[in-house]
Design a protein around this ligand. Structure first.
Ligand code: KG4
Length: 369
């Protein structure tokens, strides 16, 4: 079964065709990052205009490259930016009607958790990208620009939230820090590369002890979740701000600046960047370790834009190895927003399409809702 998936929840206009839920036949992504860069973040009005302009060429490219008969159309209907989601949903409705095929509405967060199962050809379907139906009780972590959420997946397609962020998502914490440190937007990849280069220098200098994002027990924002399985990055952001105010030369001086992972910065700034990243990585690792200790999971799956982070991958994979739980994450090209994750998940959701044509966007849709 070939499904066309459409994704326009934020700043990527994306479409893809996936066969039987896992084999990606085509994957077209138009990223709007350069349009939003001057504003230091995504501007919803600019995003929706760009989606309107690009949706048609992107969908055409995905269909042309796959060159197969489409059996269903899938689309992200939430969470995300309302004006952006509407563009994708309307395009998907038109296509499904025109092609005379069912429409499947997909939750963006659940789609990110489908990325570890996507592969590019039947030969590529190695043990690294397993069949989700073959997994038993699974722990999932979606870590992106808008979310940092741990879920328990008793059987594929059902999700129970067991941990969350009380404020910023990890990707947001990366982006805000990059902005503050003058590294531009978006910041995750730059912070990743600079940190990797600084850590590779293997200096003995200890990292700046930034707070590790642990929420206080009993705060109302936990909404019944255990503090041990949640993160709060607002204190980390404030600590970085304070550190920069106390050491203004960090962002003002270029003395001794050299190449760190493709970016020219001072060793002192690279040190702060690596320390900040490590605080986020250790927060994610600590909560994941706790979750793996609480129950016997058969697998751990990691999805979302931040899952591209080399240190996040290395540390979480080590946490899983220690707990003797298989670790699965996506090929790098499927970590950011894309249509393949939408089309792929839809294969497992195609029975839930009764009144899909009356589907509306839900910008604040939660995982498992
Ligand atoms: O999943 P995504 O493309 O969009 C959302 O659904 O939010 O994630 C985008 C986020 C941004 O915050 C970006 O800075 C972050 O993912 N990101 C990274 C890396 N690559 C992208 N964060 C850390 N390390 C990376 N290598």
């Amino acid at each position: 079964m070939n499904i066309l998936g459409i994704e326009t929840s934020c700043d990527e206009t994306a479409a893809a065709v996936v066969r039987d839920g896992r084999e990606v036949l085509s994957n077209a992504v138009y990223t709007q990052i350069p349009l939003h860069q001057p504003y230091g973040g995504v501007v919803p009005e600019i995003a929706s205009r760009a989606h309107v302009e690009k949706i048609s060429p992107v969908v055409s490219e995905a269909m042309r490259c796959a060159d197969v008969k489409i059996d269903a159309v899938a689309v992200t209907y939430g969470p995300g930016l309302s004006p952006a989601l509407i563009v994708g949903l309307n395009a998907a409705k038109g296509l499904a009607k025109g092609l005379g095929v069912p429409l499947v509405g997909i939750n963006h967060l659940e789609a990110h958790l489908h990325t570890p199962f996507l592969h590019d050809s039947p030969n590529d379907a190695t043990r690294a990208y397993p069949d989700p139906m073959s997994l038993g009780l699974t722990l999932g972590l979606t870590v992106s620009g808008g979310n940092t959420v741990w879920v328990e997946i008793p059987s594929y397609g059902s999700y129970e939230v067991i941990g969350d962020t009380l404020d910023d998502a990890a990707g947001e914490a990366f982006d805000k820090a990059a902005k503050l440190l003058g590294l531009g937007y978006p910041g995750g990849l730059k912070i990743d590369r600079i940190s990797a280069a600084w850590l590779a220098d293997a200096t003995d200098e200890p990292l700046v002890p930034f707070p590790k994002g642990r929420p206080r027990e009993g705060v109302a924002a936990l909404s019944g979740l255990s503090a041990d399985l949640c993160v709060s990055f607002s204190g980390l952001k404030t600590a970085l701000l304070r550190h920069v105010h106390q050491n203004p030369w960090l962002v003002e001086s270029q003395d001794g600046a050299r190449d760190f992972g493709g970016y020219v910065v001072t060793p002192a700034l690279a040190h702060v960047v690596a320390s900040y990243q490590e605080a986020i990585v250790q927060a994610l690792a600590d909560r994941t370790r706790t979750a793996l200790r609480r129950r016997r999971y058969e697998a751990f799956i990691l999805g979302g834009g931040v899952s591209l982070n080399s240190r996040v991958r290395a540390v979480l994979s080590a946490v899983c190895a220690k707990a003797d739980v298989p670790f699965y994450t996506a090929k790098p090209k499927y970590t950011g927003d894309n249509g393949a994750m939408v089309a792929g998940l839809a294969f497992y959701r195609r029975n839930h399409v009764d009144d899909a044509m009356s589907l509306d966007v839900n910008p604040s849709l939660g995982i498992g809702e």
